[in-house]
Design a protein around this ligand. Structure first.
Ligand SMILES: Nc1ncnc2c1ncn2[C@@H]1O[C@H](COP(=O)(O)OP(=O)(O)O)[C@@H](O)[C@H]1O
Ligand SMILES: [Mg+2]
Length: 107
C-alpha cells in the first residue's frame, strides 16, 4: 500500500518536489498520509481515480500516461476494503499537489 502511493507521488511530482509521509494513530485505526507537491488534480476527480483504468483529465504528459494503466489505485482500494479500512485522496487542484491516505483497523 505504502509503496503503491509513494510510487505514484514520485511519478507525478517533478524532480526536487517535496514528498512527505506521516503515520497517525486514530482511535482504532492507523492512518497513513502521503503528501506530494506534484501535478495534483481537479477535486472532482479524487474519487474517480480509484476506478479501474481511470487517469486524470489534466494528465497531458503522454510519457507519464504510458507509464501506467490506471490499475494501481483500484487494486489498493480493493486491498483496503478487504482490511475493512478506508482510502482517499485530496487535492486543491491541478498543479497544487495531492495527499493520498488510508486507514486500517488495529487488531
Ligand atoms: N500522487 C498523484 N498525483 C497526481 N495524480 C495522481 C497521483 N496518484 C494517482 N494519480 C492519478 O490517478 C490515476 C490512477 O492512478 P493509478 O491507479 O496508480 O494508475 P497509474 O499510476 O497506473 O496511472 C493516475 O493515472 C493519475 O492520473
Ligand atoms: Mg500508479
Amino acid at each position: 500500500m505504502v509503496l503503491n502511493l509513494l510510487n505514484n507521488s514520485l511519478k507525478f511530482t517533478p524532480p526536487g518536489g517535496k514528498i512527505e509521509i506521516r503515520t497517525k494513530s486514530e482511535g482504532r485505526f492507523i492512518g497513513v498520509y502521503v503528501k506530494d507537491a506534484g501535478i495534483g488534480m481537479d477535486p472532482g476527480e479524487t474519487k474517480k481515480i480509484f476506478a479501474k483504468f481511470y487517469q486524470v483529465k489534466s494528465l497531458k504528459d503522454e510519457a507519464l500516461k504510458k507509464q501506467g494503466w490506471g490499475l494501481g489505485l483500484a487494486i489498493a482500494n480493493e486491498i483496503i476494503r478487504l482490511h475493512k479500512g478506508q482510502i482517499g485522496a485530496q487535492s486543491q487542484g491541478p498543479g497544487k499537489g495531492s495527499t493520498f491516505w488510508f486507514k486500517i483497523p488495529i487488531k
